[in-house]
Ligand binder design. Structure first.
Ligand code: GAP
Length: 458
């Protein structure tokens, strides 16, 4: 088995030290399962979202974006089934008063050998009793029966108490795509099959085992719904599995760190469902999902809203409610996978170790760092910086030895370091150092723009 340098502890420490991700509300002692992206992290995450959007909207022949409201009419969540069945099975430890997910307790106890997804609440309670699954917090064995808790965060709207209405923070972005199906179809004149994509925040009141940004209560989803005709759905389901996998490989993931996992238990409306799992530092876990949701979503919205969701084929006049192939991935969960995959410790001559994030250059926060070899070369370096900033996200550093400055950029994954040195004064060229190979070439400002444009494209 391949030995990887990455551990969750190292990632969390690096992210905090280098401005990638900080604990949420830290000065108040934190707030469980919330994280804030710092100056470097926000750039990386934006680049991940940009790469996804480029692949699934910009480069697609027939996919369109929306940015729907987070707060939606409560009827949306009745139609989608979230008000009645979006819940986790939870048990309280009577001894230390902590709350736990029964399915997580079983998965951890059996080291993944038992799949709680296919068990009823009674089966899970029986397993926990028979296998004497203890509380991971206090070691006690005194559980309440399983109770189900809805995962949606509730809030209320209205200016006076009397007019308050319960509303929800959306637990997925998908419904904003479904309710706009005909708006998008009409305004783009798209013909089925076509897709609607969205990137946005979602909220779930989850109990999580604390794997950094893997599962949080506030997160971003990148979701794509493909509307197609019944009978073509199986083919498109296979296509989206392939497309989702290729996207990850193109981002730089090793194929052996990814695998498909077909769902054992399907939702009653689903025809097929699978995840792509990634080998995270804590083991294989879901990275994204691909689902054949049939015509369930649009049919339910037609039923609950009283408005037609029927598509009329412009060629033969046929009327039907399309099937949906959903591809859904968490931006933060992908960020954790990208960081885990990129993390490397490279032994150097003399016993030193170099920490490097070997991102795809398109994902790196800064495409280049401009460094004057000495302070008196900063005018040349700053002139180049001003030119490059018009085209790329670039950073500047003149503090410390050149070696230390290279290391700082390696640690945040900057693919190229560009140094102004004595030859710059003579002939206007700079050294361009490659993060991965540490090899150097010389280029002038126009050469650098062309070089970075080519090397950082996704
Ligand atoms: N619309 C379908 C849907 O929301 P899901 O499997 O619940 O399906 C899709 O979520 C993706 O969203 C997951 O594969 C994961 O990448 C991400 N995700 C879900 N819950 C999350 C959480 N609590 N924290 C971070 N990412 C999450």
């Amino acid at each position: 088995m391949e030995k990887r340098a990455v551990t969750m502890e190292k990632l969390v420490a690096l992210c905090k030290a280098r401005g990638i991700i900080f604990p949420g509300s830290e000065i108040y002692g934190g707030m469980g399962n919330t994280w804030d992206y710092g100056p470097v992290g926000v750039e990386i995450k934006n680049n991940i979202k940009r790469a996804w959007w480029k692949r699934f909207v910009q480069e697609s022949d027939n996919s369109f974006g929306v940015d729907a409201a987070i707060l939606m009419n409560s009827r949306v969540w009745e139609a989608s089934g979230h008000t009645t069945s979006f819940s986790d099975p939870k048990m309280d430890c009577k001894q230390c008063k902590t709350r736990h997910r029964a399915d997580n307790l079983i998965e951890a106890h059996s080291k993944g050998a038992v799949n709680p997804d296919v068990m009823s609440n009674e089966d899970m309670e029986a397993y926990i009793r028979e296998h004497k699954v203890h509380c991971p917090n206090c070691g006690g064995f005194d559980w309440t029966p399983i109770r189900t808790f809805n995962l949606m965060f509730e809030t209320s709207r209205g200016v006076t108490d009397e007019s308050q209405n319960k509303i929800y923070l959306r637990p997925e972005t998908a419904q904003g795509e479904f309710v706009n199906f005909l708006n998008v179809q009409r305004t783009t004149r798209a013909k089925v099959p076509f897709g609607i994509a969205q990137i946005g925040k979602a909220f779930r009141n989850e109990i999580t085992p604390g794997n950094f940004i893997f599962r949080t209560i506030e997160f971003e989803q990148m979701e794509h719904q493909w509307f197609c005709k019944d009978g073509t759905d199986a083919e498109f389901y296979a296509q989206f599995k392939e497309k989702a996998f290729t996207f990850l490989v193109d981002l730089g993931f090793k194929k052996e760190h990814l695998r498909f996992h077909d769902h054992d238990k399907l939702a009653h409306y689903a025809k097929a469902a699978c995840d792509i799992q990634y080998l995270y530092p804590m083991g294989w876990q879901e990275l994204n999902g691909i689902h054949n949701r049939t015509d369930y979503d649009l049919s339910r919205h037609q039923e609950y809203s009283g408005k037609t969701m029927t598509y009329i084929d412009p060629v033969n006049g046929e009327r039907f409610i399309p099937y949906v192939i959903e591809y859904s991935i968490g931006a933060d969960r992908l960020m954790l996978a990208v960081l885990s995959e990129a993390y490397d410790e490279e032994p150097l001559e003399g016993g030193d170790v170099r920490n490097v994030l070997r991102f795809h250059p398109a994902i790196a926060a800064y495409k280049a760092a401009v460094l004057p070899l000495q302070k008196n070369l900063s005018p040349q370096a700053k002139e180049l910086l001003a030119t490059l900033k018009k085209y790329f996200s670039v950073t500047y550093d003149e503090a410390g030895s050149i070696g230390k400055r290279y290391r700082r950029q390696d640690e945040i994954g900057t693919p190229f370091c560009i140094t102004a040195d004595f030859d710059t004064v003579e002939n206007g060229t700079f050294t361009v150092r490659d993060r991965d190979t540490m090899s150097q070439i010389r280029l002038d400002a126009n050469g650098i723009i062309a070089f970075l444009t080519e090397k950082t494209a996704f």
